[in-house]
Design a protein around this ligand. Structure first.
Ligand SMILES: Cc1cc2nc3c(=O)[nH]c(=O)nc-3n(C[C@H](O)[C@H](O)[C@H](O)COP(=O)(O)O)c2cc1C
Length: 506
């Protein structure tokens, strides 16, 4: 059995065994950010368009008035990074405040770390920088253009990376999340990172910057140039940022790794991360396989579906993305109230069809490997039940005519968010097929994609005046039972959407 499948099976939650682990050792909780000590950082704070400035407390500075939209200056870099992963909320706590970031994170542990590689960007020397979110600084780590040559080599001379004046690199620090979630942490690290990528994509579009995402790189080379200890931290995604205009883009967005076979004994995260690396030489390309999507449509096409009427024009959300990111928080409590089918249709469109909504160069998704199901609990205009979301014909196809709130709550580990939501979106995949196509690396791609979609769904729900929260903890086999799909199919992520309890008072 492949390492990815072994890992996924071994990290399923089951009602019989959940909660059997030892309690958390709060004294050893990892810091959710790198504590850089740097005398001469590159300060990005003055460029934020807020009055007063949240980092300095001072009135908005002249730099904050700079309109660098589409340009490669510090203002656009500052805003891009802030809206991707900056601190957007502070909760007083002991021994240190809890910093809430622009992207959500399972358990608020923020295992994703952000680095910037500058090739030629106005106002900043070329080299590698770490991002310090507490001060909104860039911390110079290593200088020199040879780092950029190393980046090109690590990304197999990806044309968009080579042409980019700056690249963001996202990594995952395993222990930050495994401290709490054990072996299942790897799933959440990837999902979290996908949420950050979702923000980068939307913020880049809002700032008129071009973005090219790749998670297909040689791990050994990229980790070496970032000076990462690969037992502790691993690079997960490279985001090439270009100014407006045309830029050569490679036709591929994912490359396959090998398929391995691993026993499920200990060290699961290290094994899967290690077995899903890409080699020094670029692997052969794989077809995108949209053809295979059709058999999924056929598989779930037995009954007529409810057409969603997904808009094909520019989304109004594309003008509000930065505001939505700034104000987003995961909903902590829903009240049992219904939402409209049109709202759900717009949310799904924003999640799954950004390219059709005028949202620019979004990360491309391979719909052929994703299977999305929606539990409708209270949506006006469509009956309660479990539906398959057909991505090509854009309709919801009834699979089960009933769906009890209790059972949805139960499979979300008893979390009321599941039981009180209006709609619950299940992101699933045929993992065996994915591994056959993309090797063990498929596990990364699928979870990153799910996180990207999850971020868009969350923001779209907020823009509808609704609430949303990701759910990373669920009883996997109970989800597949509810959806009527084989247990071998992997449930990757859940997004709950509903009416926030706080809205009751307003
Ligand atoms: C991958 C992922 C999984 C999550 N799982 C849950 C969950 O199971 N239950 C829950 O209440 N919140 C969940 N959340 C939401 C986080 O608790 C929330 O993002 C975090 O507390 C930070 O707060 P914020 O999103 O409001 O900024 C999840 C978020 C992510 C990104």
């Amino acid at each position: 059995m492949s390492t990815a499948i072994t890992y996924h099976q071994a990290t399923k939650y089951h009602p019989e065994t959940i909660g059997q682990h030892a309690g958390l050792d709060w004294s050893s909780q990892p810091l959710p950010y790198k504590d850089y000590d740097c005398p001469e950082p590159v300060s990005l704070a003055p460029f934020l368009p807020f009055d007063p400035n949240p980092f300095t407390g001072a009135p908005a500075s002249n730099e904050a008035l700079v309109d660098d939209t589409g340009g490669i200056g510090l203002a656009s870099l500052s805003r891009l990074i802030f809206f991707a992963y900056g601190i957007t909320g502070v909760v007083p706590a002991q021994p240190r405040p809890l910093y809430l970031r622009a992207a959500p994170s399972a358990g608020g542990l923020y295992p994703a770390e952000l680095y910037v590689l500058i090739r030629s960007w106005n106002g900043i020397a070329s080299g590698l920088y770490g991002y310090d979110p507490r001060h909104h600084h860039l911390v110079p780590l290593w200088g020199g253009l040879e780092l950029l040559d190393a980046l090109d080599a690590a990304c197999y001379n990806n044309a968009a990376v080579h042409a980019a004046p700056a690249c963001l690199v996202l990594s995952g620090l395993f222990q930050r999340s495994s401290w709490r979630y054990g072996d299942r942490a790897y799933r959440r690290i990837l999902l979290d990172t996908g949420h950050v990528i979702g923000n980068v994509a939307l913020a880049a579009h809002a700032l008129a910057l071009r973005l090219h995402l790749t998670a297909a790189f040689c791990d050994e080379r990229l980790n070496a140039l970032l000076r990462l200890d690969s037992q502790v931290e691993g690079a997960l995604a490279v985001l090439a940022i270009n100014a407006g205009g045309s830029c050569e883009r490679p036709a591929w967005s994912c490359l396959p790794s090998s398929v391995n076979a691993t026993q499920s004994d200990g060290q699961l995260i290290e094994r899967l991360h290690g077995d899903s690396v890409l080699p020094l030489e670029r692997p052969a390309l794989i077809a995108r396989g949209e053809d295979q999507a059709d058999d999924l449509e056929i598989r779930y096409g037995k009954r007529g579906g409810v057409a969603l009427g997904i808009p094909s024009t520019r989304s109004p959300l594309s003008d509000q993305a930065l505001t939505a990111i700034l104000h987003r928080r995961s909903t902590r409590e829903f009240r049992r109230a219904s939402i409209a089918l049109e709202q759900l249709a717009r949310i799904l469109a924003y999640g799954y069809y950004p390219e059709r909504l005028g949202l620019g160069d979004q990360a491309s998704l391979d719909h052929s490997l994703i299977m999305t199901f929606v539990a409708i609990l209270a949506v006006d205009g469509i009956a309660t039940g479990v539906y398959y979301f057909a991505p090509h014909s854009q309709e919801l196809r009834l699979i089960k005519a009933e769906c009890a709130r209790d059972s949805v709550q139960f499979l979300c580990l008893g979390q009321e968010l599941g039981g009180n939501a209006a709609a619950v979106i299940f992101h699933t995949t045929d993992l065996a097929r994915a591994v056959k196509r993309q090797g063990e690396r498929a596990y990364r791609y699928l979870h990153l994609d799910a996180g990207i979609i999850g971020e868009r769904l969350d923001l779209a729900a907020l823009a509808e005046g609704l609430g949303a929260s990701g759910i990373g903890g669920f009883f996997d086999d109970h989800v597949t039972d509810l959806l009527g799909i084989p247990k071998e199919q992997a449930v990757v992520y859940i997004t709950t959407i509903g009416v926030p309890a706080a809205a009751a008072a307003s």
